[in-house]
Design a protein around this ligand. Structure first.
Ligand code: F0G
Length: 346
């Protein structure tokens, strides 16, 4: 069921107003038996790559673009490491609005760029970082009647909080721990809102400990200062100055969790582990949540038997270049039975 069908009463979308929806939400919560056994905790992953454009952004974009329509905006704009631009482009197309997206040239996964282009957005690749792109679009929306659909937009968070609702509804309670990748720090803030609202509404016993994970080369919330030149294989979270950093930090700390860094090597190990042993193909930024979980269990922050949900924020198909670079090569053969049998069985 989509977030509109299931949770509209908890969203700022009054009856009678137009809604722009592609059926977002209702994503699978899948147990990981292999990793659970290895770590001694009960691990589930929330497959946000199953959203219409392949990432969690759709939950927020549904609400943000519906609001932009209601407010009479002619266009939407965002800065993006890729997924926001893909989602904004799709929802704007659906709404009949123009979309413009600013992305850091050469630092966005190929699938995401293709999505923004195919949906007809005006795509501008800048010779600069995500953080610089965001500074520019903030000025643009001050000067023009264009809606900003980055997670600075509070309606994005309203939509994204439904991820937390789904987890609690499916488990029948809040998990003990939520592990989530952090870039601009909007999504962890949204989950915090969602768990808190759910807790108040349903008198659920608690809000989970929220652990956010940044890539070691792009970890401003861990180091306590902006990172001028963020660098990581997980391009989705290559962000040096998170717009919702302070809000997210208090949310994580107040929950009894916190923020930590994971190296690119740990991210890629988790990415391969998920693909090869659990049958789950997520993008590298998403695997940061599982890399972080493994490290937190190792450091004793997560105890045996606890129920942990890792949010896998986007599908692996977004980044085909990284996926094929890390895999074993193709075996090329003529259409010859013996040669093929030998290659398969050897
Ligand atoms: N995972 C993926 C796959 C993402 O695309 C992002 C953010 C995050 C995690 C982090 O979420 O920013 O709310 O802390 N992507 C943004 C974008 C920045 O432009 O697509 P966050």
């Amino acid at each position: 069921m989509s977030i509109i069908e299931r949770y509209r009463e908890f969203l700022p979308l009054p009856d009678g107003e137009p809604i722009v929806t592609l059926g977002e939400g209702g994503t699978p919560l899948v147990p990981l038996p292999g990793l659970s056994e290895r770590l001694g905790v009960d691990v589930r992953v929330k497959l946000e790559g199953s959203n219409p454009t392949g990432s969690f952004k759709d939950r927020g974009m549904c609400v943000a673009v519906s609001k932009a329509m209601q407010e009479g905006a002619a266009a939407v704009v965002c800065a993006s490491t890729g997924n926001t631009s893909a989602s904004a482009a799709a929802y704007a197309a659906r709404a009949g609005l123009r979309a413009a997206v600013l992305v850091p040239e050469g630092r966005i996964a190929r699938g995401k760029l293709a999505q923004a282009l195919v949906h007809g957005a005006r795509v501008v690749a800048i010779d600069g970082s995500f953080d610089e792109a965001l500074d520019i679009v903030r000025v643009l929306v001050d000067r023009h009647k264009i809606a900003l659909v980055n997670s600075l937009n509070p309606f994005r968070l309203e939509g994204q909080k439904t991820g937390a609702f789904e987890i609690c509804d499916e488990l029948g309670r809040a998990p003990d721990v939520l592990c989530i990748p952090v870039g601009n720090a909007g999504n962890v803030s949204a989950y915090s809102m969602g768990f808190t609202e759910y807790h108040q509404r349903e008198r659920a016993p608690k809000v989970p400990r929220l652990y956010g994970f940044q890539a070691a080369g792009a970890a401003p919330l861990v180091s306590g200062h902006p990172v001028e030149r963020p660098e990581t294989v997980a391009t989705a979270i290559r962000i040096g100055k998170p717009a919702r950093g302070e809000q997210a930090l208090s949310a994580m700390n107040d929950s009894g969790g916190g923020v930590a860094a994971v190296t690119d090597a740990e991210i890629l190990d988790a990415y391969r582990l998920l693909a090869r042993t659990e049958g789950i193909f997520c993008e590298p930024a998403s695997a940061a949540s599982v890399a972080g979980l493994i490290a937190r269990v190792g450091s004793g922050d997560i105890s045996p038997g606890e129920l942990v949900v890792c949010v896998l924020t986007g599908t692996g198909l977004k980044d085909p270049d990284l996926a094929s670079a890390g895999s074993e090569g193709l075996i090329r053969l003529p259409a010859d039975y013996d040669a093929i049998e030998d290659a398969i069985l050897s």
